[in-house]
Structure formats: C-alpha cells, structure tokens
Ligand binder design. Structure first.
Ligand code: NOJ
Length: 516
C-alpha cells in the first residue's frame, strides 16, 4: 500500500478547461503547472488528470489513439514530465487516467486489427468470425471494415473493446478464454503502458471502467479481478509507491482485486446517491440527505456504506468525491450553502477524497450547452474554471467563441479571486476542513468511523472519528439529538451546542467537536 494515500486529498483536473496558457481556447499542461501553488493552497496533495493522451476526442480523450503520446493540444511528453517534476517539488502526486477497456478506433492496434490478414493485433480486440454474426446481447459495430467480422465496443461506437477474453464461452468460434496468449498479450500491453508513464514519474493511475475487461461475467467478476491482481503484483514488485484507483464503485470486489481505493459513485440505490442525489422517481422531489428540505434518509446511506467499509477495512479505501466529469455538479440541485455542507462532509469521511475542479468555489452546472467531445448531458459539468474577473474569468485569452466551452457569464458566477477575500466562502471553508484533516490522523484515510446518531427520516447525523465527533444538520430547521460528547469545536459551519447530553443544531450547520 503506497503510504502517501493515508493522507492524500485529490484534486481532479479536466485539462480541457482548467487553464489555457497559449490562447487557443483549450487548457494545457503549462496551465496546470502554473496553478500548482493554487492546488497546494487548497490542501490538495495529489491530482487526478483526466486523459491527456493523443486522441480524436470523440469521448473527451477516453478514446486513446496513442497511450504513449501526450495530445498536441496539451503539450508534449516532456511537458508532462515537467509537470511530474514540478508537482513533486511541491509535494503533489500525479495520477494519470488509464483507459484499459478500449481504445479509439484510430489507435494503431485497431488499424492493424481491422486488416483481413492475420497479424499480431488480430485478437487485440474482439471480432466475430463473420459479418453475419452479431449476437444481440453484445454491442457490435458491423460491416465497416474489410475484415470479415464485427467488433465489440466498450462504450461509444468509436471505442472498440480490448480483448481480455470471455469468462463464459457461449460462442466458441470467436470468443477466447482469458488465459489465451492473445488475451494475456493485451494485459501485458497495458502493463507496458503503465511502466512507460511510471518510469517517467507518474504516481499511478485512476483506472477507467476497471470492471469492464473480461466479458460474460457478473457479480464478483473473478476473471477481471484476476487481471487486476496480476497487474497489482507487477506494481508491488516494480513500483510499490504507485497507486491505482478504480472506477468500479464496488469496493468489496475492487479492493480484493488489488485496487488501493475505489470511487463511491452515483448509482441507483447506493449510498452516495442517498446522500447527495436521491430524487423521488415520480415527483422529482429531492430526497438526498444533504438537501435542506429534510426528506433524506441517512440509514439508507449507512446500510450500503457500512457493509462496504467493513469489507475493505485495512485493505484499501473508498473514495468520496464532490463530483466528477461524468456527473452534474451538486449545485444543479443544491444551493451554495447546501453544497458547502455536502463538500465539507466529503473531506471528513474515511478513505481518499476527491475534489472536482471548480467545486471549491461552488461552480454551477451549466444548463443547455451543446454536447462537446461526447459530453452530452455531462457537458455542463466541464466548463472553464473561473479564476477571476478578467476576460473568460481568467481561463483563456482566446475570444469567447474560440473557447472549448463557454464560461459562466452570469452575474453571480463564483470566482477564485472573489472567494479568496471572503472568510466564509466555499473556497476558504474547504481549505479549513482539509487543513483540519491533514493535522489529525483520526480524520484521514485510515481513521475509524463510528455512528453516534442516525435515525431514519431524522436529523442531525452524528458520527465519531477517533477523538472527533462530527454532527451535521443539512436541513433548514433546528434539530436536536442525544449526544454525550462535548469539547472544543474545531470546525463549524453555522452553530451548534451541546448541553445536558443533547446537541442542538441551528439550520444548515456542521460541527467538528474535539472530544475532551
Ligand atoms: C468513464 C469515464 O469517466 C467517462 O468519462 C468515459 O466516457 C467512459 N468511462 C468511457 O471511457
């Protein structure tokens, strides 16, 4: 286990819209380097960079054309190495985004694979053995190459699935077992990509669709897990300080497969959804715990979360996120104060937390934008970072019509420069809570988590982490609960007090009490 994960706090950067230094309307590596001190000022000591590799950008770079080349629009491989070095000088780790499940249909491997003549890459992807064969349970692209067969896709049609084999073989004429040398060659090719960047100074990878490798398996996915255990073994032997964090959202499976941490993502009936995004299926009314309307149910979150936490304790982590590039920002549903409470909570939980760029100032989800690079409904979460009051909020000197996506020009668009000046801004609140986390091991990744008060349909929610008790009342009403703990309040949003073994919390408050 890389020791640095114990106190890691990540900042996710969507490179397209973070900071543009050459005025072409799109962010670049030099821009990220120029903002490292800012990232550090947040208390973040690690960065997850969304894909920055050569790509036709049909899916914002998750369609990799060349795994070993930085996309020209962001800079060069040397620029990326400079980012690693500068970040390391400041005590910041960098995770790249590894996309092992598919490539772009323009990737050299796929170009070779399309050829009718048998070659090294023929089985790098999954092809049926005739264009007339396309079993409907799979997503195939049919009849567009000279090879007599259809290829399986992993996500969009431009993203052919890399071939790691099939756990259950239902069509022996074209499905290979994971142990087949050609499937093993795919695993080795991915290891080669990892070594390439780790040797240059990367600190590990966020792994895209980590559960999607071996086909025809559900549940615990033993064959996909086997692939990851194989990769983890290589890391343990060759790069013991490199971290891998999975997009899987099933920690009890992914941590067993060798990941150091797994994202807790927004899925139907999971704990993350109940905390931050639950809606009534018929009326659309918000039923998230963190909504001020008080209609959430904390026990639904705990039912899911506590089992996962127990399963992975001592073996790996669960990563809470404020948001990511695939999900609407919380401000789509929440007011700035609701979001401030929700974001603060993220940094008070065990595991390795992630802050999505712009959430630290409460950037909005921008409605009504046309899709960009396969963003579709995700596009409004990917707009340019709002630094200051200058043109394009300081993101770029390009004219507004040249920007990757429009900046938020509304009168109340938050900016870093404005929030720097306000003690109570989301920005400064998040800085305080992250600082508190760094100063106290009990609040970091490995610290304990114990429920103190959580009742269905009631507020507040109170939990304990070592010597700290955290109580949160996201509702717009005063709430009371039994609480035998008291001491110094070391962090507070709003007000709360403990008297006669009862805590009274004013509307929309969160306190961290250091127990005497
Ligand atoms: C998950 C990524 O986060 C998302 O942005 C991408 O579109 C898909 N995987 C496909 O790679």
């Amino acid at each position: 286990m890389p020791q640095w994960l114990k106190d890691a706090v990540f900042y996710e950067i969507y490179p397209q819209t973070f900071c543009d230094t050459n005025g072409d309307g799109i962010g670049d590596i030099a821009g990220i380097i120029s903002k490292l001190d800012y990232v550090k000022s947040l208390g973040c000591n690690a960065i997850w960079l969304n894909p920055i590799f050569d790509s036709p950008f049909m899916d914002a770079g998750y369609d990799v054309r060349n795994y070993k080349l930085v996309a020209e629009r962001y800079g060069t491989n040397d620029d990326l190495v400079e980012l690693f070095n500068k970040a390391h000088e400041k005590g910041i780790k960098i995770l790249l985004d590894l996309v092992p499940g598919h490539t772009s249909d323009q990737c050299e491997w796929f170009i070779e694979s399309q050829k009718p003549e048998k070659n090294e890459f023929s089985n790098r992807y999954t092809w049926t053995d005739s264009v007339w064969e396309a079993p409907p349970q799979y997503k195939f692209v049919c009849g567009i190459t000279n090879r007599d067969g259809n290829y399986l896709v992993n996500f969009f049609s431009s993203q052919p699935a890399l071939n790691y084999g099939f756990a259950e073989i239902t069509h022996p004429n074209w499905q290979l077992p994971p142990s087949h040398p050609d499937c093993q060659a795919t695993v080795e090719a991915m290891k080669d990509v990892m070594r390439f960047w780790l040797d240059k100074g990367a600190d590990g990878f966020r792994v895209d669709m980590a559960d999607s490798l071996v086909k025809n398996e559900d549940g615990e996915k033993p064959e996909t897990c086997k692939v990851w255990r194989n990769i983890r073994k290589m890391l343990d032997e060759e790069y013991p300080e490199a971290a891998i964090i999975s997009e899987w959202s099933r920690p009890h499976t992914s941590i067993g497969a060798g990941f150091h941490s797994d994202f807790y993502l927004d899925h139907d009936n999971n704990g993350y959804r109940y905390l931050f995004r639950e809606k009534d299926k018929e009326t659309g009314e918000c039923k998230a715990v963190f909504s001020k309307n008080g209609k959430g149910d904390i026990t639904k979150f705990l039912d899911d979360y506590l089992d996962e936490l127990k399963a992975i304790k001592g073996k790996g982590y669960i990563s809470f996120i404020t948001c990511n590039h695939d999900t609407p920002r919380m401000t789509k549903m929440f007011s700035p104060l609701e979001a401030k409470l929700a974001y603060s909570f993220v940094f008070l939980m065990p595991g390795v937390p992630f802050l999505y760029y712009g959430d630290e100032i409460g950037m909005k989800f921008m409605e009504g934008l046309q899709s960009k690079e396969g963003g579709f409904s995700r596009t409004g979460t990917r707009t340019p970072m709002q630094w200051d009051d200058s043109a394009n909020h300081g993101f770029s000197t390009a004219s507004a019509d040249k920007l990757y996506l429009p900046v938020d020009t509304s009168a109340d668009a938050p900016t870093v420069s404005a929030q720097e000046k306000d003690e109570d801004s989301i920005l400064n609140t998040i800085r305080k809570v992250i600082k508190l986390r760094h100063e106290n091991e009990d609040l970091q990744s490995d610290g304990d988590f114990e429920v103190v008060y959580a009742e269905s349909g009631k507020y507040p929610f109170i939990f304990k982490r070592g010597k700290f008790v955290i109580a949160v009342n996201p509702t717009d009403k005063e709430q009371k609960a039994p609480c035998k703990f008291d001491g110094e309040q070391v962090f507070a949003i709003g007000k709360a007090c403990v008297e006669n073994e009862e805590i009274t919390m004013l509307p929309q408050s969160l306190v961290v009490i250091k127990v005497d």
